[in-house]
Design a protein around this ligand. Sequence first.
Ligand code: CIR
Length: 252
Amino acid sequence: MPVALLREVSPSFADALVAHGGRPPDVGLAIEQHSLYRRALEAAGYAVEVLAGDPDHPDCVFIEDTAVVIGEMAVATRPGAEERRGEVGPVSSRLAASMTVGAIEQPGTLDGGDVMVIDGTVYVGRSSRSNDSGIEQLAAFAATQGMSLVSVPVSCVLHLKSAVLPVDPETVVVTPGTVDETLLEGLRIVHEANHEQHRFSALPLADGSLLVTANSPDTAGMLSDLGMRPVPIDVSEIQAADGGLTCMSILF
Ligand code: CIR
């Protein structure tokens, strides 16, 4: 049975990092939205495990940023935002019970939101959070798993997966103007609908369904037209803190 590792919304979530001076998220509503997300994963066949939230780490619900699973191993990250580095320990300990866990070391920085694994290739966003040393260290771990790595400079958004979302084993939805699309050669690219830019997020699930953000129906419609099964979910408060659908879980 596939496992989905989640982390509770911190009681201090209203203090989460917000890049563009947006509104703080509503904590009560975020907790409700998080439990709907959890139920969607359970309905898709995942054994969901939820680590306790940490009052000292407002962003801990964004568990994706703390570790990435590549092949048979995990890599504990060193988040680019210094105040988030204390989130890594409990996640790394839990993953170590199931697999080998490597770690990104100083001076490397890496956020899991910058890492996208498709068909044996690891794409990594070179962003304000993930630097060259972190990417080189991840490339060395990927090589031990027989996987190659493509570094993708990212502009205008927080992470690679703020702008490039895998929706099936060969297709990504891209926000125009954020990455050099020639670096995604071989993948089918769908562009996010114009008026929905910076809203769309998606998470492909093991049962073949696809969770999508409820506030991007036109982009979801394009995916339905391609034969996919998008299931909308409202995560407005997660989006208020610059998150999306991939960021709240580690799937293995
Ligand atoms: C941050 O700035 O780090 C958080 N407020 C948002 C992180 C979102 N992470 C993700 O999408 N992987």
